[in-house]
Design a protein around this ligand. Structure first.
Ligand code: HEC
Ligand code: HEC
Ligand code: HEC
Ligand code: HEC
Ligand code: HEC
Ligand code: HEC
Ligand code: HEC
Length: 345
């Protein structure tokens, strides 16, 4: 589903995050961090990162639409969503927080995982075909219910939507569903042991603040699209020219002059609090633009001749990459042909 990046960039840029944290430790689950980092824990638990994988039965947007049925022209089948275990495609997992959409994943009678042919979309508030699902014509009964997922694919789905999974055991405990603490900071058992000793010199946990802009784009890009090295002209051209890459902020941001002409690069965390959603920090990106694009600052960035506010609406316009979803273009630049009235803030 977002394999585009992996198909065009070198193999070592796949989603394995281990090379960022290096500590040797064991996973303890997000709950174990709550006692000492209460504030971060609470806001992170409510975030879309944390909610990007849940048991389907916890997800009201979806359960409210059951029972549901729809005629599928592609397969000629009538698709019905019903409560209970029915053995044809038992939907167990909800992928996506619902900020844009929720796609259920479950198992077919054969035991194979499959992505449901029906998803829920925030833009319409209703159930519709899963993005991409209508591009292929189901050949079997099983395929009319959902797209069967090969082992590698299901490992990747859970890999980007959970914390601490392994190839042999993709399904996480409740505490580690979604993108949680140890997904970005690495396993935390040794950290907790060390922190029980006041004054311990080594905190034994990964602190991403130490990364420069490019390394941070890589760390987030493990899931948000691996950025190309600046000598990989072929990949850069591909990213500039393929409109779908707007979905991958790490790949687009590094094309920007704001990124390349700033010492250490422009970090994601200049505009985003990694522990909450964009909705909780609406003013942060604009504050960042103005902090650099003001006369007399160290960045020596130019002043806009056109406007003094709503910077992102013109320079980071939202684009419709897929049905029902808008994405913000992180290649910050003068985008010709985007009038303010058409830009969505
Ligand atoms: C026993 C209390 C305790 C627990 C439990 C705990 N931490 Fe910490 N943590 C601390 C203290 C104390 C510090 C150092 C002070 C600070 O930076 O807030 C710290 C610092 C950190 C830092 C910053 C490290 C740095 O080098 O600046 C990170 C990241 C972190 N903790 C993540 C976690 C994660 C993830 C968990 C759960 C796996 C966790 N902590 C559980 C006490 C704890
Ligand atoms: C393990 C994979 C993974 C990593 C690593 C990751 N993200 Fe995400 N991110 C996701 C997923 C999945 C979502 C979609 C959440 C949902 O279902 O709505 C998301 C959503 C987001 C959102 C949108 C949240 C909202 O407002 O709805 C922002 C912003 C974001 N990520 C920033 C970051 C930044 C910055 C980093 C690096 C510090 C990062 N992410 C690292 C997987 C990841
Ligand atoms: C390379 C990491 C990665 C893989 C693999 C991955 N996802 Fe995601 N997924 C993300 C990120 C990042 C987001 C949020 C940004 C976006 O939508 O691109 C996301 C968003 C979603 C959403 C929310 C709706 C939407 O489109 O924003 C759903 C549903 C979803 N993924 C389902 C899946 C399923 C099902 C699979 C396996 C077939 C899968 N994902 C594989 C990283 C991944
Ligand atoms: C999407 C990746 C991501 C997730 C998930 C995540 N963090 Fe962080 N965390 C970061 C980044 C990036 C920083 C550095 C922020 C900065 O540069 O200001 C950070 C910083 C920290 C710090 C250092 C204090 C500070 O304000 O800089 C602590 C403590 C921490 N995180 C704890 C946690 C805990 C506990 C959880 C789970 C409840 C968690 N983090 C989940 C990415 C993440
Ligand atoms: C860390 C400092 C920094 C931040 C934050 C920043 N920029 Fe920049 N930006 C620069 C620098 C340096 C340049 C190159 C010099 C120039 O043209 O001003 C630049 C260039 C630009 C350009 C000209 C691009 C081109 O291709 O000629 C635009 C437009 C722009 N920035 C808009 C923005 C907007 C909008 C934001 C906020 C969403 C932003 N910048 C955030 C530093 C920054
Ligand atoms: C209504 C749309 C719009 C808004 C809002 C807007 N800009 Fe611009 N900006 C433009 C256009 C169009 C240009 C190109 C002007 C030209 O080339 O004559 C431009 C040019 C720029 C440049 C390049 C200037 C140069 O001399 O090369 C920068 C930097 C910039 N804007 C930053 C910002 C920042 C920061 C904000 C928010 C404070 C902002 N813009 C708000 C439309 C906008
Ligand atoms: C100069 C500011 C800026 C920087 C730096 C930045 N972003 Fe964003 N980002 C934004 C803005 C603005 C939005 C749209 C916010 C809104 O909808 O209110 C956004 C939205 C997002 C979203 C939500 C989905 C979407 O496309 O709207 C994700 C995911 C995201 N950013 C990831 C990242 C990652 C990963 C990085 C680092 C590689 C990064 N961002 C760096 C400004 C920034």
């Amino acid at each position: 589903m977002i394999a585009l990046a992996a198909a065009t960039l070198p193999a070592q840029t796949l989603w394995t995050p281990q090379h960022f944290w290096k500590q040797d430790s064991a996973y303890v689950g997000a709950g174990a961090c709550s006692g000492c980092h209460t504030e971060i824990y609470q806001k992170q638990t409510a975030s879309n990162h944390a909610r990007s994988l849940r048991p389907l039965l916890e997800v009201g947007e979806f359960t409210a639409h059951v029972p549901f049925d729809l005629f599928d022209r592609g397969s000629g089948a009538r698709l019905t969503l019903v409560r209970g275990t029915d053995q044809r495609l038992d939907l167990e997992w909800a992928f996506g927080s619902g900020a844009k959409g929720i796609t259920p994943v479950g198992r077919l009678q054969s035991g194979m995982y499959a992505e449901s042919r029906l998803s829920w979309y925030a833009a319409t508030g209703g159930v519709d075909f899963t993005t991409g699902a209508t591009k292929f014509t189901p050949q079997t009964n099983a395929e009319s219910l959902g797209r069967p997922l090969k082992k590698d694919e299901i490992v990747e789905c859970f890999g980007c939507h959970t914390t601490g999974t392994s190839r042999d055991n993709v399904e996480p405990p409740r505490d580690n569903m979604g993108v949680r603490c140890e997904r970005c900071h690495g396993p935390g058992a040794e950290h907790i042991r060390a922190m029980q000793n006041p004054g311990a010199p080594d905190k034994k946990i990964f602190q991403p603040r130490r990364l420069d802009g490019f390394a941070q784009a890589q760390m987030c890009g493990v899931c948000h699209g691996m950025p190309p090295e600046d000598t990989n002209f072929q990949a850069i051209r591909f990213i500039q020219e393929a409109p779908n890459t707007v979905r991958f902020p790490s790949q687009r941001l590094v094309l920007s002059r704001c990124f390349n002409e700033t010492e250490d690069g422009l970090r994601c965390t200049v505009c985003h609090d990694p522990h909450t959603d964009v909705a909780m920090n609406r003013g942060a990106p604009e504050k960042a633009c103005i902090a650099c694009h003001t006369a007399g600052t160290r960045a020596r960035a130019k002043i806009c001749p056109v406007a003094k506010e709503n910077c992102a609406s013109c320079h980071m316009p939202k684009q419709q990459v897929m049905a029902h979803s808008l994405f913000t273009d992180h290649w910050i630049r003068v985008v010709r042909g985007v009038a303010a009235s058409h830009a969505v803030q």
